[in-house]
Write a protein that binds this ligand. Structure first.
Ligand SMILES: Nc1ncnc2c1ncn2[C@@H]1O[C@H](COP(=O)(O)OP(=O)(O)OP(=O)(O)O)[C@@H](O)[C@H]1O
Length: 649
């Protein structure tokens, strides 16, 4: 908990400290801390930003445990550069109650096997989860499969399978792909799980009892691929769905409806009072527009669909797949040893901190879902982040259109780190982006193999040749105005903010810039010459090597949410153990961990350069890669990145 008795002398010191922003709250600031009201407690949020003064402050202010400091850090992270006291209080209250940080991916339809579009938000959610764990958060990362509805029943029939058998096969496919991509999920929910079905049943009854469900006839145009009734004005020529490019069916049914319109005022209020509820901001504007247009009740049952959860009051109908699937985020939380009740699930940490979803399902998550939760009287998720599409020839890559890229193929040819890095770095999360293999190879080679991998490799080569692979001084002794140290500190000042806002592209750019500065520094200083110029110069050269290695170490920690395997290999290469790597925290991005006397193992390439095939324009590869990185090349032998065998050419 971050409530501290802070002596007034320290507060003065704190106020004069040059941190970019900080907040000092006086009680009362949250009901959960009201017992502290009468005392002279205050809560101090400190942004470390690598600043020794801030670290000193935290130590003196009795952050006795690293985990406490991490709480402060991550609380601050959420509100950094915000002067909104409500945010700070909310964040502090969460910390105080030890709430988990819940991250969800969409629950994917099992109409067909996963593709790169399905992998994309899952990789992003994984990077965010790993980042939050580094912050000391107790993360619950939820992913899973959405297995009911007409579209699934049809897909099963086309494949000559019973629906359940079909779901088992495809759901397993997702889980195995997540393994290939190093996805560190905590919960995998399947909506055909009987415990989930109980939760949906209970939720339906609760909303019914509230008076928000009624029966009526409905007629309209239905896109089976979206599993959604469409407004005619939103369709293309010949009543085609703009996403799936297929004509919608006319349907007329006797259905149960959810009274979405009852929540018009509350949703308006939510969207205008909480700008973080939908991210990025331009998606919030979209949602505000939909709500302003007026909310129409939507049908939540299907009379003609058998593959679904029966409607509690009319077993001849099944519950609309979206009304069922959204509750998967809640039922995923159910502890295995407890009864499947809403209360037990919600008590396990609800609400979600962030739902990561594609813009195609934004309306379900940012309009329908909060209204459903309001009706049931449950807390709302804190943020819905709507990302953009991976496109092929301008069209959304998707199972229904069949224009997909196979993530397994990319992983087996280039390794999971390369795939994760490319999609997070090259496509701004929130916007659309096209995939090109040529660009993929160029970026991965230039950034991971050259700028980072070769920097480490050649520095270790010099260390071996001139210092018997031994670190000659503590990295903390490197002058604070050293350009590499300055570059690292500068990046760390805003990196947390980038990761917390899911700005992965900007985060990767910044981390890469540390390695770029290291390369320039090494070339400017030319330690290989200094080693030959006598004792004093040799000592300087040894310090230069430590400087660069410390920078690469920081790069490894900071990039570990995106490239966990590469970061591990760098850590091992710097003489640390797997356990050291697994116990890293965000504090380890601070300068100063490498200590005198550490001996580095024999240098091995940490990232194999992808051999440029004929199809790739090797001239542009050379253009992208800075010249200092051109001195060594490796060929990839088309094996998984876990296999370190490479040939130097
Ligand atoms: N081309 C894509 N680009 C980015 N994300 C995608 C893409 N395709 C699917 N997704 C992600 O998967 C989620 C939806 O999953 P779904 O199972 O409906 O996949 P789909 O391939 O879009 O299916 P279909 O083509 O049948 O609509 C989206 O909200 C998005 O998060």
């Amino acid at each position: 908990m971050v409530l501290l008795r802070v002596p007034s002398k320290l507060i003065r010191e704190f106020k004069t400290m040059r941190t970019s922003s900080f907040h000092l709250l006086k009680p009362p600031y949250s009901p959960s801390v009201s017992s502290y009201r009468s005392r002279t407690y205050c809560s101090a949020l400190v942004s470390y930003n690598g600043s020794p003064a801030a670290v000193r402050f935290c130590k003196r202010a009795r952050f006795t445990k690293r985990s406490e400091a991490n709480y402060v850090n991550s609380a601050f992270c959420t509100v950094a550069q915000s002067s909104n006291e409500a945010d700070i209080v909310r964040s502090l209250a969460d910390k105080a109650s030890n709430k988990p940080f819940i991250i969800t991916t969409p629950l994917y339809y099992v109409n067909a096997s996963p593709h790169m579009g399905s992998a994309y938000p899952t990789i992003a959610a994984d990077a965010l989860s790993r980042f939050q764990r580094l912050q000391g958060e107790k993360v619950i990362f939820i992913t899973g499969t959405d297995e009911h509805g007409e579209k699934i029943a049809l897909a099963a029939a086309v494949n000559g399978r019973a629906p359940k058998e079909h779901c088992d096969i495809i759901s397993e496919d997702y889980q195995s792909l997540w393994k290939d991509l190093d996805i560190s999920y905590d919960k995998f929910i399947r909506t055909t799980n009987s415990r989930h079905e109980k939760i949906v049943d209970e939720f339906y009854r609760r909303v019914y009892d509230k008076g928000d469900i009624y029966r009526a006839d409905y007629e309209g145009l239905y896109c089976i691929n979206c599993e959604e009734f469409k407004e005619e004005k939103d369709l293309l020529e010949h009543k085609c769905c703009p996403i799936h490019r297929k004509p919608c069916d006319f349907r007329k049914e006797d259905n149960f409806f959810f009274a979405l319109s009852n929540y018009q005022k509350e949703l308006d209020g939510l969207l205008s009072s909480d700008s973080k509820f939908v991210q990025p901001n331009f998606r919030l504007n979209e949602v505000v527009g939909w709500v302003k247009d007026g909310l129409r009740d939507f049908s939540i049952s299907r009379a003609a669909v058998e593959w679904g959860i029966p409607v509690p009051m009319d077993v001849k109908q099944t519950i609309y797949v979206w009304f069922d699937a959204l509750l998967g985020y809640v039922s995923a939380l159910l502890p295995e040893d407890l009864e499947p009740t809403l209360e037990n699930a919600l008590n396990a940490g609800w609400p979600a901190s962030v739902h990561i979803i594609g813009k195609d399902i934004l309306r379900f998550h940012a309009v329908y879902w909060p209204a459903m939760l309001m009706s049931a009287g449950f807390p709302l998720p804190k943020t819905v982040f709507g990302h953009g599409f991976l496109t092929k020839d301008g069209l959304k890559m998707g199972k229904s259109l069949g224009n997909t890229i196979e993530p397994r193929d990319l992983v087996s040819r280039f390794g999971s780190d390369a795939v994760r890095y490319y999609f997070l770095k090259e496509i701004e999360f929130g916007r659309d982006g096209d995939y090109s293999e040529e660009r993929f190879i160029n970026i991965v080679n230039a950034n991971l193999a050259n700028t980072i991998g070769n920097l480490l490799n050649r520095t270790l080569g010099l260390l071996k040749k001139n210092c018997d692979s031994r670190i000659g001084i503590d990295s903390l002794a490197v002058a604070s105005e050293n350009p590499v140290r300055v570059a690292a500190a500068e990046v760390m000042r805003t990196l947390k903010e980038d990761f917390s806002r899911l700005q992965f592209s900007s985060a990767c750019e910044k981390i890469l810039s540390i390695a770029t500065t290291g390369n320039v520094y090494l070339d400017d200083r030319a330690p290989w010459s200094l080693f030959k110029k006598g004792v004093t110069s040799a000592a300087e050269a040894a310090q230069d090597l430590v400087t660069v290695l410390e920078a690469v170490r920081i790069v490894a920690v900071a990039l570990s949410p995106v490239t966990p395997q590469l970061s591990l290999r760098i850590y091992l290469q710097l003489g640390y153990s797997v356990e050291d790597y697994l116990s890293l925290s965000w504090e380890d991005t601070n300068w100063g961990a490498l200590k005198e006397g550490r001996v580095m193992p024999e240098a091995q390439p940490v990232f194999k350069k992808i051999e440029v095939q004929n199809s790739v324009d090797s001239e542009s590869a050379t253009e992208t890669a800075p010249i200092w990185n051109q001195w060594i090349f490796y060929t990839i032998d088309a094996q998984q990145m876990g296999d370190m065998s490479v040939q130097q050419t």
